[in-house]
Design a protein around this ligand. Sequence first.
Ligand code: FPP
Length: 255
Amino acid sequence: MSSTTEITQPRAAASDSFDIPRHVAIIMDGNGRWAAARGLPRVEGHRRGVEALRKTVRAARELGIAILTIFSFSSENWSRPQSEIRDLLGLLRRFIRNDLADLHNSNVRVRIIGERDDLARDIQLLLQEAEDLTRNNNGLTLIVAFNYGARQEIARAARRLALDVAGGRLAPKDITPELLAQQLDLPELPDPDVIIRTSGEQRLSNFLLWQAAYSELVFVPINWPDFDRAALEGAIAEYRRRERRFGGLIAQTGS
Ligand code: FPP
């Protein structure tokens, strides 16, 4: 019989801290609506979105969050008009060129998830440079989801297992959730404790579908360019009001 203090935790999902979530993931939504509400071009919303990102990274460091994952370009964003794709890729280039040194000096470790092979060569190199330069930092880990889709990530993982099966190194009966999780883009990372989405939309949009199994979802009714430290603290306060049970009986988080 299971005791009430036993909690089954898949993939180290829970934060050790009762106050600050260890891993926060954010769907930065609403840049276009922020711009439209002001009669500005969409690119201006994205530019202001980068400023909100800077503020959020600083706030995450100050609050002691260990891992911040941001959804900055989805596998599905390629269906946007060419001009907007150009703008978003340009902002990524500029973000890495302008902010990488500051991130490094702030002891931030940058990591990337998503499909890199079909990105422009210069972007692949910038992403690699960001990871290489910050590899030994041990402050905030900033995970940039770029050209990322969760279904694609899970399919990549399944493909790797299929290769092992085809090569005779793995029996199908030995495939477990844990084994598949080991083939995800960053297998060693704990799952997000909380996923925040701005703009009032309430869905995951192909973001971290595997890792979100036990994440708390917090939907914030402001557009991403208006997000700041106070908004992050508000979302964390909402997270702390949740009772996390991981399929068990006892809450892990809550104040
Ligand atoms: C959603 O707003 C946001 C994006 C598609 C991209 C997020 C990008 C940034 C915050 C800036 C770029 C950051 C980096 C690191 C390059 P939306 O355009 O879907 O807004 P809408 O739903 O109101 O139209």
